[in-house]
Design a protein around this ligand. Structure first.
Ligand SMILES: [Zn+2]
Length: 420
C-alpha cells in the first residue's frame, strides 16, 4: 500500500462531496483488495430510504462518469451508481475478542480551495483538481488513517483479538451518511466503536482527546415556497409572490436563536427564487439548518422554523413544503471506554498530551453511530487528534500537519489490538 501521507495527498487532490465519493471509494477498495482484505460496498451498505440530501440525479451521474474516467474501474463503480458510496472492511483476528468498529468519514466540503502559493497543497502540487470541492475538514487524513490502520491490523491479524470492522463512511457533511449505513446494519454486533476527527481543537500533533461532548443536534431542511406567476406590470395582483414569502421567512428564521437561552443556531445557507425581472416569482427555495445544544433545543428550533415558514407562506398566499435533507442528534461518549483509551493513548509513541474530554462544538453524524452502538449494549467514543491547524475548518486555506496521520494510525492500531 502507498504511504498513508501519499494517500492523503491523493485524496486531497481528488475531493468528492457527500454521496459522490466514487473515485475515493474506488481507491479505498483497490488498496484493501490488493492486500486481500474482505470489503463490502454498494447497495448492501446503505438504506435507500435513509439516504437524505442526495444531489440531483444528473450531478450524481456526472460525478460517477468523472470517477470512471479518472480510475477506469467501472467494475468497482457499478454498484455505487446513484450515490451508494463508502465501504466496510472486516479483519478477523486469530484470537477471541470483541468486535471493534473503527469509523472514518471520506467526503469533502463544497468549498473552493485557496490558490495562493503559500497554501501548502498549492506549493507542493496536491491542491484540489475538482472545482468547488476541497478537503477543508481533514476527512482526507481520516481516510488515509483508516487505510493505514487496515494494513497494520491485517499484518498483525495472527495476534489480533476479535474482529475489526472499518467503516469508510460517505456523506458526513450535512449529517447524512451515518443514518443510511446504520440502517443498513453496518454496526451489527459491534461491542465498541471509535470515531475520530483531526483538528477541531487547536494544538500541536501529539495532543489527543479520548472523548468529546457538546455535539450539536442538527436538522437540515430544504424549504420550497410555491406561489403563482403573473405579469408584474399588467396583473401583479393575480400573482402570489413566493420570493416575498421566502424573504419574510429568511429573516424570521435568522431571529429564532434570540428566543433561546441555550446554544441554538439557525442558518439560511442558500435562497433561490424567481425566473425573470418582470414576472411575479412563483417559486422560492431555501436550504436551512437548525442546531441545538440538546436534542430538545434542536427540536424546538426546528418546530419554530417550520412555523415561521408556514406563517410567511400564508401571509403571501403561497404554499410551503419541507424536505428533510439530513440531521443527527447529540451523543454522550462512554466514560469507561474513554478511560481505557486514555491509558492506551498515554502508551502510544508520539502522544504528548492526553485530554479526557473536549467540547466538539459542531455537528458530527458519528453521533448516530455512537447512539446505535450504545442502544445495542456496546460502548463508543469519538477521538479528537490535534493537527496544528491555524486556519478554520471549512475555509479554503485549511491545512493540517500531516504528522497527525502516522500518529492516528498508531493510536487506532493500538486501540484495536487491545482486548480490554
Ligand atoms: Zn469534519
Amino acid at each position: 500500500m502507498k504511504d498513508p501521507i501519499e494517500l492523503r495527498r491523493e485524496f486531497h487532490r481528488y475531493p468528492e462531496s457527500g454521496w459522490t465519493e466514487f473515485r475515493t471509494t474506488v481507491r479505498i477498495l483497490e488498496e484493501l483488495q490488493a492486500l486481500g482484505i474482505p470489503v463490502r460496498w454498494g447497495r448492501q451498505i446503505h438504506d435507500p430510504a435513509r439516504m437524505l440530501g442526495l444531489p440531483e440525479p444528473q450531478v450524481l451521474e456526472a460525478c460517477w462518469q468523472r470517477a470512471a474516467e479518472e480510475t477506469g474501474r467501472e467494475d468497482l463503480l457499478a454498484p455505487m451508481r446513484g450515490g451508494f458510496t463508502g465501504c466496510v472492511a472486516e479483519i478477523r483476528g486469530a484470537l477471541p475478542g470483541p468486535l471493534t468498529v473503527l469509523r472514518v468519514d471520506i467526503d469533502c466540503c463544497e468549498v473552493a480551495e485557496s490558490t495562493t502559493p503559500d497554501h501548502r497543497p498549492v506549493r507542493e502540487g496536491f491542491a484540489s483538481l475538482h472545482p468547488n470541492c476541497m478537503h477543508a475538514c481533514g476527512h482526507d487524513a481520516h481516510t488515509a488513517i483508516g487505510l493505514g490502520t487496515a494494513v497494520r491490523l491485517w499484518e498483525r491479524r495472527a495476534e489480533l483479538p476479535g474482529t475489526v470492522r472499518l467503516i469508510f463512511q460517505s456523506a458526513e457533511e450535512g449529517l447524512r451518511g451515518a443514518a443510511s449505513m446504520t440502517a443498513a446494519g453496518v454496526l451489527e454486533g459491534a461491542d465498541r466503536l471509535f470515531g475520530l476527527h483531526v483538528g477541531i481543537l487547536p494544538g500541536p500533533v501529539g495532543r489527543v482527546a479520548v472523548s468529546a461532548r457538546g455535539f450539536l443536534s442538527s436538522t437540515k431542511l430544504d424549504v420550497v415556497f410555491r406561489g403563482r406567476s403573473a405579469h408584474a406590470g399588467i396583473c401583479p395582483q393575480e400573482g402570489r409572490n413566493a420570493l416575498a414569502a421566502g424573504a419574510k421567512a429568511a429573516l424570521g428564521l435568522l431571529a429564532i436563536p434570540e428566543g433561546f437561552s441555550e446554544v441554538c443556531r439557525v442558518n439560511v445557507g442558500t435562497f433561490r427564487a424567481g425566473t425573470g425581472r418582470n414576472v411575479i416569482p412563483d417559486r422560492a427555495h431555501l436550504s436551512i439548518e437548525t442546531r441545538g445544544e440538546t436534542a430538545r433545543v434542536n427540536a424546538e428550533a426546528e418546530a419554530a422554523a417550520r412555523e415561521v415558514c408556514r406563517a410567511a407562506a400564508e401571509e403571501y398566499g403561497c404554499t410551503v413544503e419541507f424536505f428533510p435533507m439530513g440531521g443527527a442528534g447529540g451523543a454522550v461518549c462512554d466514560e469507561a471506554l474513554a478511560r481505557r483509551a486514555a491509558q492506551t493513548a498515554k502508551e502510544t509513541s508520539g502522544v504528548t498530551e492526553v485530554l479526557f474530554e473536549v467540547p466538539f462544538g459542531g455537528g458530527e453524524d458519528v453521533t448516530t453511530m455512537i447512539s446505535a452502538v450504545q442502544a445495542r449494549g456496546g460502548e463508543a467514543t469519538e477521538l479528537v487528534l490535534c493537527a496544528g491547524h491555524t486556519v478554520p475548518h471549512h475555509n479554503g486555506a485549511f491545512e493540517i500537519d500531516e504528522a497527525v496521520i502516522p500518529l492516528g494510525v498508531e493510536l487506532l492500531t493500538r486501540l484495536a489490538m487491545e482486548s480490554r
